[in-house]
Ligand binder design. Structure first.
Ligand code: ATP
Length: 259
């Protein structure tokens, strides 16, 4: 049974279709990339997966339990097994970095205050922010905020982590450090990671599997490891994305000949 399985998911806002036919599986320890051009629906897909937004149809199952068919108590139990890093890191600005990282420990574990403090400090050391535990988010750089958000996402050691563009806006060295950190988290905790990214170096360096969502046809047009997809004969849009090329113009739609 897969840690996460998505079957025939349809994403829609009102009558506006965003994506359909989304099916995927994520196994323990897998780093899974959600790829696609801007606006194709990657962040929306993550929202459906982490329980923030119900899909129009289709199923999302965790260890065989259908998330959206579950009752509130079951959903909350499933949500507590997921860690999430939002694009903006979404740290609480009125709390110190340490307090931010303690939050999921208070909600999702039975640790007492002293144990929570010790665990949060350990995780902050891990992301190299040990010295910044008592800083407020406003006094951190963009890369440090991302790492603080990552520390908060992993603190309770969830088996599944969702990261929305973790390296967006980072310089190449910070981005590389974040990639190494994600690999290290997988190595240390065995967690699976689902991440959205446009960053080719990150996609090639860390993803084992993935899905490519196409904005034009509004459905996935490739499944697989980005490194392997880059070597294969794939849809021209996927090829252009993975090789950083301008895609060839789409063939004009067939029209009836006029006399
Ligand atoms: N709450 C909403 N209501 C209506 N439409 C929305 C909402 N959220 C997103 N959309 C639309 O859904 C589409 C997909 O948005 P989404 O943010 O998921 O794309 P994305 O692939 O993550 O984009 P990017 O790579 O630019 O971050 C967009 O056209 C967006 O305008």
């Amino acid at each position: 049974m897969s840690l996460l399985a998505v079957d025939q998911l349809v994403m829609q806002f009102g009558s506006r279709l965003i994506q359909k036919d989304i099916s995927l599986k994520v196994e323990k320890g897998c780093i899974f990339a959600v790829m696609g051009g801007s606006g194709c629906g990657k962040s929306t897909l993550l929202k459906h997966l982490v329980g923030l937004l119900p899909p129009a149809s289709g199923t999302v199952t965790y260890d065989g339990v259908d998330f959206w068919a579950s009752d509130d108590a079951q959903r909350n139990a499933l949500r507590s097994r997921l860690g999430m890093l939002f694009q903006s890191a979404a740290l609480w600005s009125s709390m110190t970095v340490l307090e931010n990282v303690c939050l999921p420990l208070a909600r999702q574990t039975r640790l007492d205050a002293k144990q929570r403090d010790a665990k949060a400090r350990e995780v902050l050391e891990w992301v190299e922010l040990g010295e910044f535990a008592n800083f407020y988010p406003a006094s951190l750089s963009g890369g440090m905020k991302k790492r603080a958000g990552l520390a908060r996402a992993i603190a309770a050691e969830p088996p599944l982590l969702f990261l929305d563009e973790p390296s967006a806006g980072l310089d190449p060295i910070s981005s590389r450090r974040l990639d190494d950190l994600i690999l290290d988290i997988r190595h240390r905790t065995g967690a699976a990671v689902v991440f959205v990214s446009h960053e080719l170096p990150s996609l090639f360096a860390i993803a084992d599997d993935g899905i490519f969502l196409d904005a034009d046809s509004k459905r996935p047009i490739a499944h697989g490891c980005p490194r392997e997809l880059a070597r294969q004969d794939v849809h021209p849009t996927v090829h252009a994305f993975l090789h950083r090329e301008v895609p060839p113009p789409a063939a004009p739609a067939a029209t009836e000949a006029t006399p």
